[in-house]
Each structure stands twice: as structure tokens, then as C-alpha cells.
Design a protein around this ligand. Structure first.
Ligand code: ADP
Ligand code: ADP
Ligand code: ZN
Length: 216
């Protein structure tokens, strides 16, 4: 099963992708995570991406699709994958389609997570993650079970994303509406789009996604 999770920043793509990975054994391909790793390692592509990411602008389609295409060639992707954060515009969707065709792969379902802009600003404002294993939390909606200790790995170090500032978030939402949202129609036309209500709580959204996937 190959899935695209589509939705604005803060909609819960990463949170839900990690749950699907645990329940279905798919690999999680997050372009945001891949780019953050490239930035941290100061690779040529990381150096190019850093400033754009800080401003909430999109990184070049070619850079991103090159990384995605290479990742899809790794053996584990053959067992099924979830794309999180890509495609982000119609050109990327076309490039992805071509790359998958060449590899003899295809997308089975695109799940759109719908949420209000106001809620997204609140979610991103409270987002933090384990500094060791990357598990995601929220100041208000998803605190660790034991205060200050990661549920998954026991680490006491947490980190906030540098691009989760109010100004950057506003820019990312604007770009989502102008460039990424047209993909809803794009995949509706292909006939593989399913919508879920991202305003529900985390467990409920997970259940809706499970049902959407089951129907495929
Ligand atoms: P995305 O990957 O789409 O940017 P995340 O999965 O990182 O979004 O979620 C953004 C923030 O909102 C995180 O802090 C996460 O814990 C929280 N969150 C995710 N889904 C929900 C939900 N359904 N209700 C409330 N908070 C949520
Ligand atoms: P969120 O889920 O909160 O929107 P991501 O982690 O998906 O954030 O992306 C963080 C940043 O990485 C984006 O603001 C953008 O600069 C860059 N990025 C991630 N995926 C892509 C992509 N497919 N194309 C271009 N830029 C991307
Ligand atoms: Zn952890």
C-alpha cells in the first residue's frame, strides 16, 4: 500500500504517519525530515534548503524530487510507503507520477487531512518533539505521559522546530493554500482522494484514516 498524506502544516500528517507506520509496517517518507537531516549534515542540498525553510518557502522541486526518487529506490520502500510533505505543488505531483511510473510503482490512495487555519496556528505554536527519537508532542494536546520524559525512548531532551515561528507559519499556510491545495482537485480527478476531518482528536483522526485506507 502506497499512501500520500496531504494537508496543511500542523494538520497532523507526521503524527498520523507514525501511527500508520506502527500499525501497517509502511515506511514513513517525510520530505521535511529528510531536508532537516540534510541541513544538519550541511550537505550541498541542505545548505541550499536552509534559508528557504527558515522563511517557510518551498525548496526547489528538483532538489526535493531527487531526494524522494532516491529514497524510493531503497529496498524497504517496495513494501509500501507513506509520503508526508510531498508533493507540495502540481509540478511535484507530475514529477512524482513520472518517477513512480519508471519504477513500476503507483499511489493507491491520497488522504487529505482537513483543518482550520486558526487551529493550525495553535497546533504549530505548541509543537515540540523528543530530541533523541523525534516523537512528536504538543504543549496542550499531547504531553508526555510522565512530565518531561519521552514516552518512547525515555529521553529528557526536547526540541522545537526553528521554522515554527508565527511569521513563518503564516507564510507556510499561504503557500499551502496557493500551491498545495490545488492537489486536492488533481487527485480527485485521478479518483484516489479520500478526505478526513483533521479537527477531531488524534485517535479519532487515526480511525478515520484507517477506514479510508481499508476501503481501498
Ligand atoms: P504536520 O506533520 O501535518 O505538520 P504534526 O503531526 O506535527 O503536523 O502535528 C502538529 C502539532 O499538533 C503537534 O504538536 C501534534 O502533537 C499536534 N496534533 C496533531 N494532530 C492533532 C489533533 N488531531 N488534535 C490536536 N493536536 C494535534
Ligand atoms: P509542515 O508539515 O509543518 O508543513 P514539513 O516538515 O513538511 O512542515 O516541511 C518543512 C519545510 O521543508 C517546508 O516549509 C519547506 O521549506 C520544506 N519542504 C518540505 N517538503 C517540501 C517539498 N515537498 N517541496 C519543497 N519544500 C519542502
Ligand atoms: Zn524519544
Amino acid at each position: 500500500m502506497n499512501i500520500i498524506l496531504l494537508g496543511p502544516p500542523g494538520a497532523g500528517k507526521g503524527t498520523q504517519a507514525k501511527r500508520i507506520v506502527e500499525s501497517m509496517g509502511l515506511v514513513h517518507l517525510s520530505t521535511g525530515d529528510m531536508l532537516r537531516t540534510a541541513v544538519k549534515n550541511k550537505t550541498p542540498c541542505g545548505l541550499e534548503a536552509e534559508k528557504l525553510m527558515d522563511r517557510g518557502e518551498l525548496v526547489s522541486d528538483f532538489v526535493v524530487m531527487e531526494i524522494v526518487s532516491e529514497r524510493l529506490d531503497e529496498r524497504d520502500a517496495r513494501g509500501g510507503f507513506i509520503l508526508d510533505g510531498v508533493p507540495r505543488n502540481v509540478i511535484q505531483a507530475q514529477m512524482l507520477g513520472e518517477a513512480l511510473d519508471e519504477k513500476g510503482m503507483s499511489i493507491d490512495v491520497v488522504v487529505e487531512i482537513i483543518a482550520d487555519d486558526d487551529a493550525l496556528v495553535e497546533r504549530i505554536g505548541g509543537r515540540f518533539a523528543c530530541g533523541e527519537c523525534g516523537k512528536g508532542y504538543h504543549k496542550e494536546f499531547k504531553r508526555p505521559e510522565v512530565e518531561g520524559v519521552c514516552d518512547r525512548c525515555g529521553s529528557t531532551k526536547f526540541a522545537v522546530r526553528e521554522d515554527d515561528t508565527p511569521a513563518t507559519v503564516r507564510n507556510r499556510l499561504k503557500i499551502y493554500h496557493s500551491q498545495t491545495e490545488p492537489l486536492v482537485q488533481f487527485y480527485e480527478k485521478v479518483g484516489i482522494l479520500k478526505k478526513v476531518d483533521g479537527m477531531a482528536d488524534i485517535d479519532e483522526v487515526a480511525e478515520q484514516i484507517e477506514n479510508a485506507i481499508k476501503g481501498v
